[in-house]
Design a protein around this ligand. Structure first.
Ligand SMILES: [Zn+2]
Length: 206
């Protein structure tokens, strides 16, 4: 039974809106669609997140960082700062998410309200890829003493300027652009339109 892609509340969806609101329906939808086995867009790359508490938040305020419009981001839920900053954040998280989550995914509500299902899925999965398990110096996944994964944020696989690739080719520096090009040209790993429809409950496929 397809579930509908969750949408932000109307008062956060317009490009002139401001404010935030917890998005528990997005968190649950993302977990069922991408993380849990059997989901319509299940990806075993997220296996370390089976037990993770991933919270989601709608944000309506535009955000530009390093000359880029931010459409979504992912951060650790872990509390930081001084004791009062932590107490404040703990109370906020308790009210919004029922406790301190492992990760918080923030979505720019006006973009989400207007984008296609495929772009929404790609955006959420981009943020899920940032939600990583920490690695020890030998590259092995780290766990707590009681066997829970220790979480961390992971950067992008490819960080490059189009101009550098244009001038030096995809193999320049570390070959990461070549790996991206290989993935871009290989349709065998692509999620099916019908899977996106199954996750989003729209009528892309009849
Ligand atoms: Zn990113």
């Amino acid at each position: 039974m397809p579930t509908a892609r969750p949408m932000p509340p109307a008062h956060l969806a317009s490009p002139y809106a401001a404010g935030v609101a917890p998005a528990p329906d997005v968190a649950e939808w993302a977990r069922k669609a991408f993380v849990l086995p059997g989901g319509p867009l299940h990806n075993p790359d997220h296996a370390h997140l089976y037990e993770a508490h991933i919270a989601a938040l709608w944000v309506a305020d535009p955000f530009t960082r390093r000359q880029r419009s931010i459409l979504a981001d992912a951060r650790l839920g872990r509390l930081s700062g001084d004791a009062w900053a932590q107490a404040e954040r703990r109370a906020l998280y308790a009210a919004w998410f029922g406790g301190v989550p492992d990760f918080v995914i923030r979505l720019y509500a006006p973009f989400w309200a207007a984008c296609s299902d495929a772009d929404a899925c790609a955006l959420v999965e981009h943020e899920l890829y940032h939600c990583a398990q920490d690695l020890d110096p030998f590259g092995a996944p780290r766990f707590t003493k009681d066997g829970r994964p220790i979480y961390a944020l992971q950067g992008h696989d490819v960080e490059e300027f189009v101009g550098v690739t244009r001038r030096y080719g995809p193999g320049a520096i570390d070959g990461s652009v070549s790996r991206l090009v290989d993935a871009a040209l290989d349709p065998s790993g692509r999620v099916a339109t019908s899977s996106i429809a199954a996750a989003c409950g729209t009528c892309l496929v009849r």
